[in-house]
Write a protein that binds this ligand. Structure first.
Ligand code: NAD
Ligand code: FE2
Length: 383
């Protein structure tokens, strides 16, 4: 028996931030990305709270790829504020920090039976974290990233307001947009995919195909940016249901080891992982039968308008389209072009990264079961 549940209530469209006027609570803890505070974006939330006299504290000690020590600082801030609502305002890092903070505090003595409501307000269109039971935390000492996965992590509400994503610069629009695409594709070919997550993933891919480049090229293209907010959320619901795959399992290691932004790491791996999963590369000849994931990639390619001669040429067109998008958005296609590490450092890290990727919980739902050697080869090809 299977089930599909949408645990997070989603508010979206014009003036959706007005939802914060409805919270009848003792105190709110706002967990915000430092950029959101510095740029004044936070005023979209605080002026509304001030207008109602709602009490709130601010916590802005959030960093990308939130590390365990920062979560501990956040836990102390949450306990001290005694807030009964958390509003997380930021990208995946701020929302994931708030999720982990609430999870730890809810399990502490004195908190049993007290529900701390979590409202997630994304300021990037990427992770879909506002609707997922995942919180990705990093352990800087061991250069590892851990996806914490639990139904109790899921935000109670998500507010999607395009006002908050207008300031996202082109490079972050590209990284986060390619994260959306990777979520949708991985959810679609996952072994746990079904009709419900497939429908959401298909819509998400279709939106990315039409609106990611427009978002990248013009911050003021509000229509494109609001569509990408929806695509991010739809892909989040899809992968929350059917999980992800090898692409994320491998990207987490690149993020932990070399601090490559999450979406960029996913994008760089995507052409290689599609080729690995479908077992189709530039030298492949036609076969009588293909694995199930090949048909799924072909369906997604057709949704993007990449109708092509046959299965092999369609998969190749799909891979070329991903690379085309990355080139159009000035994204690096390989590690060697990024100046994040030397060749020696990178190759020395491969065995450990491959071990980490095979153990990563996302890899378990990949449609093709990789060996450590398979993963090492993909990392080598990525150089
Ligand atoms: N929980 C999940 O389901 C899930 C899924 C995928 C990824 N993640 C995690 O989320 C994190 C990545 O999140 P992200 O890609 O949203 O990036 P992020 O939250 O790390 O933010 C990236 C940068 O964008 C800036 N930024 C945020 N909003 C902005 C705005 N409106 N205008 C200008 N700049 C802005 C931030 O200050 C930061 O410098 C990673 O740790 C990743 O592992 C979580
Ligand atoms: Fe992701």
């Amino acid at each position: 028996m299977k089930s599909f549940e949408l645990g997070t209530k989603i508010f979206f469209g014009e003036s959706s931030l007005d939802r914060v006027l409805d919270y009848d609570c003792e105190k709110i803890l706002i967990v915000a990305d430092p950029f959101v505070i510095k740029s004044g974006l936070i005023h979209h939330v605080t002026t509304r709270l001030d207008s109602k006299g709602t009490k709130y504290d601010l916590f802005d000690d959030v960093v990308p790829d939130p590390p365990v020590p920062k979560i501990s600082v956040g836990v102390a801030a949450l306990i001290e504020s005694r807030a009964d609502v958390i509003i997380a305002v930021g990208g995946g890092s701020a929302i994931d920090s708030a999720k982990a903070m609430r999870e730890v505090v809810s399990k502490m003595d004195g908190y049993s039976g007290r529900h701390i409501k979590l409202v997630a307000i994304p300021t990037t269109s990427g992770t879909g974290s506002e609707v997922t039971s995942f919180s990705v935390i990093s352990d800087p000492e061991n250069h590892t990233k851990y996806p914490l996965i639990s139904d109790s992590i899921l935000p109670d509400e998500a507010i999607l307001d395009v006002e908050l994503v207008k300031t996202v610069p082109p490079a972050i629009t590209a990284d986060t947009g390619m994260d959306v695409l990777t979520h949708a594709i991985e959810a679609y070919v996952s072994v746990d995919n079904d009709e419900f997550s497939a429908a959401l993933a298909e819509k998400s891919v279709e939106i990315v195909g039409s609106f990611l480049l427009r978002s990248y090229l013009d911050n003021n293209d509000i229509h494109a940016r609001s569509k990408m907010m929806c695509a991010s959320c739809l892909a989040g619901i899809a992968f929350n249901h059917s999980s992800l795959g090898l692409n994320h399992g491998m990207a987490h290691q690149l993020g932990a080891k070399f601090h490559i932004p999450h979406g960029r790491a996913n994008a760089m791996l995507l052409p290689l992982v599609i080729q690995y999963n479908s077992d189709i590369n530039k030298h492949s000849r036609s076969k009588k039968e293909y694995p199930k994931q090949v048909r799924k990639y072909v369906t997604l390619a057709r949704l993007l308008g990449l109708q092509n001669f046959n299965t092999i040429t369609t998969i190749r067109a799909f891979v070329s389209w991903v690379e085309f998008m990355m080139k159009e958005m000035d994204m690096p296609l390989c590690i060697s072009s990024m100046n994040v590490c030397s060749r020696e450092e990178y190759f020395a890290a491969i065995p450990e990264m491959a071990e980490g990727a095979i153990k990563d919980s996302c890899t378990a739902s990949n449609p093709r079961t990789p060996t450590v050697e398979d993963i090492e080869k993909i990392y080598i090809d990525l150089w």
